[in-house]
Structure formats: C-alpha cells, structure tokens
Design a protein around this ligand. Sequence first.
Ligand SMILES: [Zn+2]
Length: 218
Amino acid sequence: MQLIFEQIRAGGDRNFGYLLGDRDTKQGVLIDPSYSPEAFVQRCRDQELTITHVINTHGHADHTNGNARAVELTAARVAAFADSLLVSPDLGLVDEQELPVGNLRLQFLHVPGHCPDHLVVYEPSWRVLITGDLLFVGKVGGTANDDDARIEWASLQRVLDRFPDDATVWPGHDYGVRPSSTIRLERDTNPFLRCPDLTAFMTLKRNWPSVKQRLGLK
Ligand SMILES: [Zn+2]
C-alpha cells in the first residue's frame, strides 16, 4: 500500500479538505470536500482514484456543503458520526470504528466539544491525523458554552494520550502559522494544550479574544 494524501484549500473561511487514498488499489476517500467539490473530484481523477466515501469530520455546513455534489460526481457513500443531528450518513461511524480504504485502514475517534458529532480520522501506517475543528495549528475549536468547553478539553486529552508525538496534524481550517503540524509541536506550543488543567483551559478560553490580540494572532 502506498499513501496518496493531499491537503486541499476548499474556500470558505480558509477551510481545508483532504484526499486520502491507496495508490496500489486505487481507492480513496474525500474528507470535508466543501465549497469546491468539483476541484476535489478532479484531484481524484488526476490521481486515478475511485472514491468510496465522502467523510465528514463533523456536521457544520462549512464542512458538509459539498457532500451532495461530491456524491453526484463519484457515487461515493457519505460517512459521518452515526448519531449526528446534522448529517444523515449512508455509513454511520462510531467511536473506535475502522474503515478500510484499499489496504489502508482509517480509525475514528468520537471527540465532541466543538460539535457533538465530531470525529478525528487517523491513518496509523503513516501516522496522519485529520483533526477537523477540534484542533487547529496553535488553537482549538470554538465552543458555545462552558459545558462544551469541558467536553472539548476531555476530547483533546484523549487525542494527546492516544496518538504518537510524531503523528502529523491536519486541521479543518488554515488558522495557524503553518498549514499542518505534529502532535509534539502542538503539545509544546499550542497555548490550549499547554494548559496544565481544565481550570487553566477554561480561563484561557474565556480570555482568548484579548490573549489573541496581545499575541498578534489572526
Ligand atoms: Zn466546525
């Protein structure tokens, strides 16, 4: 098995989507092919991949608005969290589920907080971790209230405990100083992951607008 992996700028609010496939079997998936599904499908054609699934990291419209057109162009099945209130997937995914893509094997973890149906997608052979809007380069996903922030903290800790330091991190938006990162780099530099405990995390979340301004971040 050989990995094909592309980070694609979809449009929207600096949205990223992804193409992931196995060169040997010529099977692949699209992840969050929003805004410009035609461009994603063209990349599949250029890579000679048959797309089996359109996967959503979560149900927010800026990640799912290309689903219908991508399915129309590829006849792929939509895969998303099984109990999502925002997406009606053909294939419902649950925590710890695996999905073969050719000879590759994707693993899913349910990581709510930013959105109740949020998943991260991991390819263990190449240690590729697609984090959607849970974890950005230098930031984390927005949360609507303190309860969601607590849930997000638990999801982030689970991701840090679970995946190796050299796993590469591929977020749902280009919000950081670089378009991708690693678990080690985020653990060492992301202010939200450097918080020693939940209390510090909640305080940073509440004060983020002023901290952001002080650090000169977009
Ligand atoms: Zn979102």
